[in-house]
Design a protein around this ligand. Structure first.
Ligand code: IPM
Ligand code: MG
Length: 361
């Protein structure tokens, strides 16, 4: 099979981790008889440096013409990087928001799994973490506060800033369907998270999710308020299968969920539209403090590439081989510095990529 992949190395550790993900993908290609065609585009700071904007129309067109997009990370140090002296709509993150919108990537899947081999890194008490956990956050990604009208003004000498949170029922329905579809392939439970005791948008969210649930009688649906959910994630994370929520709540809860796994360097993500097209990126950021040192953990990007094979190309066997490679390398005791523990062998980014590629086939 021919796989047309657009890569966004991006900023910080992005280029290093994308290089390693390609290394593993290339091994998959040679073992399973596929052809990977990569085209790089610039986004974030890397694009600002060359074009003065975080994403060009040409880059969007190139991405649209591909089958899938594999991204590293974008952004820099917000206190020291010159990118953050620019107007907000010209900063690196604006490129990411723009590509999500331009490609209609409304469904953001963020799995948070406690790896047995890394359970010591879990910051939760043993009696809470001992049964493990495996949840998936389905975050709405192209609506809500992120894309509502916003402005800053001054009224009678008083500065004022406004952000708008709005959802229509179609936006809620399409992501809810994706959430229930995924739940059907997992443990068949959806926890829909909202703030329906205060927000109108949440009350509509709840209604529409219930309508969608009627088509999935096998799936158990529960509603949870977002503040309670933040608490339950540290009290009893094993209760969750699929967490379905709007953009801003999902942004916050997914960072929390990744932290309780103790291994944010391990967590992948997929952003999907209505077709097979998707953008795949690690859940962590660009880590400018360790960029270029060769010590970043490429595993989240490798696992994002595995999600890409599964969701955009239906290559389940190949994706499973990549996931197994990660488990095997961990079992053999190899660790990048972020997940290092006593008795293990510390390796750098490129070495980890080599080890993972060697496990394939
Ligand atoms: C994320 C990030 C982005 C977001 C930022 C970089 C704009 O935090 O992907 O979770 O808030 O969506
Ligand atoms: Mg975030």
């Amino acid at each position: 099979m021919k796989l047309n992949i657009v890569c966004i190395p991006g900023d910080g550790i992005g280029p290093e981790i994308v290089t390693e993900a390609k290394k593993v993908l290339n091994k998959v290609a040679s073992v399973y008889g596929h052809e990977m065609i990569y085209t790089d585009i610039l986004m974030g700071g890397a694009s600002i440096d060359v074009h003065g904007v975080p994403l060009t129309d040409e880059a969007v067109e190139t991405a649209k013409a591909a089958d899938a997009v594999l991204m590293g990370s974008i952004g820099g140090d917000t206190t020291t990087s010159p990118w953050y002296k620019l107007a907000p709509n010209l900063r690196p993150e604006a490129g990411l928001l723009a590509i999500r919108k331009a490609l209609n990537l409304f469904a953001n899947l963020r799995p948070a799994v406690l790896y047995e081999e890394l359970s010591d890194a879990c910051p939760l008490r043993k009696d809470i973490s001992e049964n493990g956990f495996d949840m998936l956050i389905m975050r709405e990604l192209t609506g809500g506060l992120y894309f509502g009208e916003r402005y800053t003004t001054e009224e009678n000498g008083v500065r004022k800033a406004v952000d708008t949170l709005s959802y229509d029922e179609n936006e809620i329905r399409r992501v809810a369907k994706k959430g229930f579809d995924i739940a059907m392939k997992r443990r068949k439970k959806v926890t829909s998270v909202d703030k329906a005791n205060v927000l109108d948008s949440s009350r509509l969210w709840r209604k529409v999710v219930e309508e969608v649930a009627a088509d999935y009688p096998e799936v158990t649906l529960e509603h949870m308020l977002v503040d309670n959910c933040a608490m339950q994630l540290v009290k009893d994370p094993a209760q969750f299968d699929v967490i379905l929520t709007e953009n801003m709540f999902g942004d916050i809860l997914s960072d929390e969920a990744s932290m309780v796994t103790g291994s944010i360097g391990m967590l992948a993500s997929a952003s999907l539209n209505d077709s097979k097209f998707g953008l795949y990126e690690p859940s962590h950021g660009s880590a400018p403090d360790i960029a270029g040192k060769g010590i970043a953990n490429p595993i989240a990007t490798v696992l994002s590439a595995a999600m890409m094979l599964k969701y955009s190309f239906d290559l389940d066997k190949e994706a499973a081989a990549m996931e197994a490679a990660v488990k095997n390398v961990l079992k053999k005791g190899y660790r990048t510095v972020d997940i290092m523990s006593e008795g293990c062998t510390k390796v750098g980014c490129a070495e980890m990529g080599d080890l993972l590629a060697d496990e394939i086939g």
